[in-house]
Design a protein around this ligand. Structure first.
Ligand SMILES: [Zn+2]
Length: 145
């Protein structure tokens, strides 16, 4: 007997799940910061014509996949100049983070010892969590209007 998979998402290849997680993560960072650049305060729209003008910047480098899709790991920055500045000046960025986003800096410092390996089951759970997070954040945004 053929059965539908209990969780269809589990059939997706790893790269596709990672791509979806990254897109959702950016959306969640945008919603968390209500579209405002944490560095300069500029207000952005979620989807601009010709592509977004903002980025979620990782306070722990995105090569560390364990943290790549955690909401605490992201700061909303203008793509230019703020994200460029953060990427080109990682030490200055961390000093800025410590002074301006104390709790997030403390979170970062507490995480750096965690291992980097992330199994596929955790990645799938992350995707589900991010979808739930996006729903919650969007609802909060609507409630404020
Ligand atoms: Zn900015």
């Amino acid at each position: 007997m053929n059965r539908l998979p209990i969780n269809p998402i589990s059939k997706k290849p790893r790269a596709q799940i990672e791509h979806q997680c990254t897109a959702l993560w950016h959306t969640c960072i945008f919603l968390t910061f209500k579209g405002r650049c944490a560095k300069c305060g500029k207000l952005h729209v979620e989807n601009s014509v010709g592509g977004r003008l903002w980025d979620g910047h990782h306070v722990i480098g995105s090569r560390f996949k364990r943290f790549r899709w955690e909401i605490d790991c992201g700061v909303l920055l203008c793509r230019l100049p703020c994200h460029r500045w953060a990427t080109d000046n990682p030490t200055s960025f961390l000093e800025w983070l410590e002074s301006n986003r104390t709790e997030q800096f403390a979170w970062r410092q507490a995480q750096v010892m965690r291992a980097d390996h992330i199994p596929i089951w955790m990645l799938r759970a992350t995707l589900d969590e991010l979808k739930g997070m996006e729903t919650i954040l969007r609802k909060k945004l609507v409630d404020r209007k």
